[in-house]
Each structure stands twice: as C-alpha cells, then as structure tokens.
Design a binder for this molecule. Structure first.
Ligand code: GLU
Length: 308
C-alpha cells in the first residue's frame, strides 16, 4: 500500500505547479475575492490518521457541499417521505437550471441541484423559525467535525442573498407547485446561510467520516445514521454530486463526491477514507478543476476507486 502522507504531499506539490487553475466563481461577488492559487487537501483514514497538505487549515465557503449534510438532516426528520418532495435521479443539467422543473411539476430531480437543495432546506425549516433551523444545521456540522469554532461567513451569505436571482426564481417556481411549504424568503435565507458555512479541508474531511464508515465515526464509535442510509447518501453523491459533471467525475475519480462553487469537494472512499480538497478555480460545470484532478490522482495512486 502506498504511503498516504507521501502521496498527499506529492499531489499538493503537483497541483501547486499546474498552470491550469479554472475560473473562480463570480456570480456570488464575495466568492470572486478568493485567491485562485489556493490549494488544500486533507485525508482521514479509517484509524483517524490525518494526511494533509497545502492550505488544508484555511476556511473556505463550502457552498453546495452543505447539501450532503442538509440531506442527512432532512432524511433524519421525515425519512423516506422526503422522496415525495425531491427525486434522486441525475439531472444532466447545470446546478441552477429551471427547465426540468416545469416538465416535472415542480419536483426537483435530486437533492444536490439548487432546486432540490432548496426543497430539502424547506423540509428542515418546517415547524421552526429560520434561526432555529440554521442553528440545527450549524450544530450538526460542529458535532460532525468535532469543532465548535465552525461558523457562517455572513458576508458570503449576504452577497448571495443580494444576487441570488436564479435561486429566488427556482424557489418561487416550486412554491407555485406547492413543493415549498414555508415563506420563500425564509427558506432561501436558511439555504443561503448554510451554503455560506466556512470550513477547512481538515474540518470537512472530519465531518464526512460517517459516510466512509457505515454511518459511524470509527474513532468515537458514535452513530450518525444507519449504515443503509450512509450507503444511499453515497449513491446520490456518486450519481448527482457534480451536477452535469457527475458522470465525468465517476469515470475519472470513481468515488462518491460532492462539489461546491467555493472550489471544495468532499469525496468518500468507503471503508477507507474521508477526503476534502479545495482549489477555488472551477471547470465549465461549476466543479473545482484542480480538486477533481487531485482526487483522480489520489484515487489512482491509492487504488481507492469503488470500481476496483
Ligand atoms: N449557493 C450556491 C448557489 O445556490 C451553491 C451552488 C454550488 O455550490 O454549486 O448557487
């Protein structure tokens, strides 16, 4: 078995030298301020060993990676009834597309495209005030990462709130079909804020450990979800975690993963490791360009693809 520390450091060096870095997201103005040269990686193996390199302690905006955790919470709250509000098929469409919603009666294709994640957020919000729902999401992240210092970047949330016209359209459109229960402003407020949670690669890899180990944190023994649920969340990450780049990610990396427009990717090597990478430049599908290449290299050198 190759030495994980060595592989992770090699990858960070290789990524630092690459000239192709993708384009930093600008549609959320606050995200455009991030340094395109940043690169971080953290891998936590089954024994809890952390292999990290580059900017692995720097916080970044997790954006859509938060959708993995809101999906987990919503499934905990309403179980399989969630699937009457959102599907679980890949969309083959961009992350913020509205076209499928009209044909499919306002039911989003999956929980990871924006429309689906907004519907999932609405499920978490029902019966609560926005502040309470957001508090629940943040507490969950702090618990999983075992770090009470994790916070929301208010400037990023406010920036998206000011400019999130597409998401506002998606939410209103779903509301017209009765898919959104709460006032649209409340649901979107919670959505924009959970996307603006700031975490480092190390914190994110820690938070993802339960998905790599049948629903449990193997270091503490604490169960987060049943193993069947962990398996299913991983399946949705594999098929839908990179929007219309999900097929390409499965083909190249061969691991369940979820990207965010902040340039982060959480990837799961079942039974082996939880992995977080961060490189802010994105490809055409809105996924981290170097993040994907780093994960492809890691999966190959460690022999971690779930496809053998
Ligand atoms: N907050 C972002 C949006 O709704 C998330 C998109 C992403 O990370 O892919 O546009």
């Amino acid at each position: 078995m190759p030495n994980l520390d060595l592989v992770v450091n090699e990858i960070a060096d290789e990524m630092r030298q690459r000239p192709d870095r993708g384009e930093v997201a600008t549609y959320i103005p606050e995200l455009a301020r991030v340094d395109a040269n940043a690169f971080g990686i953290a891998v936590i193996d089954a024994d809890g060993n952390v292999a990290a390199a580059g900017d692995s302690d720097t916080s970044f905006s997790i954006q859509s990676i938060s959708k993995v955790f809101t999906l987990t919470l919503a499934l905990g709250k309403v179980g399989d009834r969630l699937w009457s509000r959102v599907g679980r098929e890949p969309s083959g469409s961009p992350f913020n597309s509205i076209v499928q919603l009209e044909r499919e009666q306002g039911i989003p294709r999956n929980p990871f495209i924006n429309a689906g994640a907004i519907a999932v957020t609405d499920v978490i919000l029902s019966g609560h005030q926005p502040r309470e729902a957001l508090g629940e999401i943040l507490r969950f992240m702090r618990f999983l990462a075992d770090d009470p210092a994790i916070t929301i970047d208010k400037a990023v949330a406010a920036s998206e709130q000011r400019t999130g016209f597409r998401n506002i359209a998606l939410a209103n459109y779903m509301k017209s079909f009765g898919v959104i229960e709460n006032p649209v402003d409340f649901t979107l407020g919670v959505y924009f804020h959970h996307c603006a949670i700031a975490m480092s690669c190390k914190q994110l890899a820690m938070a993802g450990r339960f998905l790599a180990h049948e629903g449990r944190n193997p270091s503490t023994g604490l169960s987060v979800v049943h193993r069947e649920r962990a398996r299913r969340i991983n399946a949705i990450m594999l098929t839908c975690g990179h929007y219309d780049g999900s097929g390409e990610f499965a083909y190249r990396v061969g691991l369940p993963g979820k990207s965010g427009v902040g340039g982060g990717i959480l990837a799961i090597a079942p039974g082996k490791a939880s992995i977080a990478v961060w490189a802010p430049g994105l490809d055409n599908a809105g996924n981290s360009h170097l993040g994907r290449i780093a994960l492809e290299t890691l999966a190959k050198r460690m022999g971690w693809s779930i496809f053998g």
